[in-house]
Design a protein around this ligand. Structure first.
Ligand code: UTP
Length: 279
């Protein structure tokens, strides 16, 4: 079966980005010309996906407004690009009734996904080039769930879900286990889950069986741990760039790097940065 659907969770609090996220969703925070979630929708589209479900929640209405058709008098090239995509995709919305973790957010996608494998893209994370496209290639070869990972410095493992795995071919691994935020002493590896997945629909039963942890939150990593006891999961080492916009430093780096590469503003930003004096 082909991967034809994408799910984008975007209901989380965005506590780490406060006060920026006090009155606006973190997925609407701008990176150069566009809000983060537009990059994520574009990634799904450029990965060949036409049906997209965005999971929203309290205070997230701006996300739905963003994907409405634009007023004809207000066009520019970025809006035109978005409208072109909107003509070709179907975007659906569902509200996570209470914010109870990523696993709980994903459970709201069950009837949309039906009985098909689907791509899961965190709504606050940008990957360049589109990681989802690469994950779909791995899925097409192995027909299992696939989780994208990246190498992180060992002292930072406790910020991530970590996988322990065996390499079977260049950058592709069989997952032995998954651990949410391990300590530096106990971590099985430095391969961190980066926010892009292909999941089989069996994940929904596993989410139902997952016990909530801290703050009554249901962790997706814990549900995947159960999934891994029932069917094989592969990990894929992504070598591109990933920005977690829920973290202020990553958000600033994304703005600087993408602005420097941009056709419209790049030259001026480069000159500006060159002219700055550093200690
Ligand atoms: P995070 O793990 O960054 O959590 O979510 P958060 O609550 O949004 O942010 P902080 O920790 O308070 O700063 C990763 C992605 O999963 C979504 C978020 O919107 C984000 O896109 N998410 C998270 C949900 O949709 N629902 C949840 O219950 C939790």
């Amino acid at each position: 079966m082909r991967v034809k659907k994408a799910v984008i969770p975007a209901a989380g609090f965005g506590t780490r980005m406060l006060p920026i996220t006090k009155a606006q969703p973190k997925e609407m925070v701008p990176v150069v010309h566009k809000p983060v979630i537009q990059y994520v929708v574009e990634e799904a589209y450029h990965s060949g996906i036409k049906d997209i479900l965005i999971i929203t929640g309290k205070g997230k209405r701006a996300i739905e407004d963003h994907f409405d058709r634009t007023d004809v008098n207000k066009h520019n090239k970025y809006l035109d690009e978005l409208d072109r995509i909107l003509n070709e995709v179907n975007i659906f919305f569902v509200r996570q009734r209470e914010i109870r973790g990523l696993g709980n957010a994903v459970s709201y996608a069950e009837s949309f996904v039906d009985d098909e494998p689907f791509a899961l893209l965190l709504g606050d994370t940008i990957t360049l080039p589109p990681c989802t496209k690469e994950l779909i290639d791995v899925y097409n070869k192995y027909k299992t769930s696939v989780v994208a990972v990246e190498e992180v410095p060992r002292e930072k493992v406790s910020l991530y879900g970590i996988v322990s795995c065996k390499e079977i071919e260049n950058r592709i691994y069989i997952v032995d286990d998954l651990v949410e935020k391990p300590s530096v002493e106990e971590t099985p590896s430095n391969l961190a889950i980066l926010g892009r997945y292909i999941l089989t629909p069996e994940i929904f039963d596993c989410i139902r069986e997952t016990k909530p942890g801290k703050g009554d939150e249901v962790q997706l990593t814990d549900a995947m741990k159960i999934l891994n006891t029932r069917e094989r999961i592969h990990a894929y080492l992504f070598k591109g760039r990933r920005y977690d916009i829920g973290n202020k430093i990553d958000w600033l780096k994304a703005n600087i790097e993408l602005a420097l590469e941009d056709d419209e503003v790049g030259k001026e930003v480069k000159e500006f940065i060159r002219g700055l004096e550093f200690d």
